[in-house]
Design a protein around this ligand. Structure first.
Ligand code: FES
Length: 119
């Protein structure tokens, strides 16, 4: 895996792989010990925490509807276009910036870089 890159803004971008290697839909992704959900759709790539902020529901099994993802345990719904904000004002789902550079998918994990390091 290629090393992370820090951009001019100080954001740290970790490579996940070549865009074409990801299937459409929901799939797991990892950066070191940080486990994420990666969604590939017609709108592009999205990334968010693998566990729901309510009581840790498995977001790998969430339903997606437009920009919303819904936890399978109790139905909290999060707007990925609004920073993972919960539809009823409950705790937000942590989301991560994703970008494509030369067909490579990168996820921004600046403040968890230390935790992301492989032991
Ligand atoms: S654990 Fe996700 S809504 Fe309860």
């Amino acid at each position: 895996m290629k090393p992370a890159k820090t951009d001019a803004s100080g954001l740290v971008w970790h490579p996940l792989g070549e865009a074409g290697s990801f299937a459409m839909g929901i799939q797991p992704a990892e950066v070191g010990r940080v486990k994420l959900v990666l969604v590939r759709s017609e709108q592009g790539f999205r990334a968010f925490d693998r566990h729901c902020p309510h009581v840790g529901g498995p977001m790998l099994k969430c339903e997606t509807t437009g920009s919303y993802v819904t936890c399978p345990l109790h139905g909290w719904s999060f707007n990925l276009d609004d920073g993972g904000r919960e539809a009823h004002g409950y705790r937000s789902l942590r989301t991560y910036l994703v970008r494509l550079v030369d067909r490579q998918v990168f996820v921004e994990l600046t403040d968890v870089t230390e935790a992301a390091k492989v032991e």
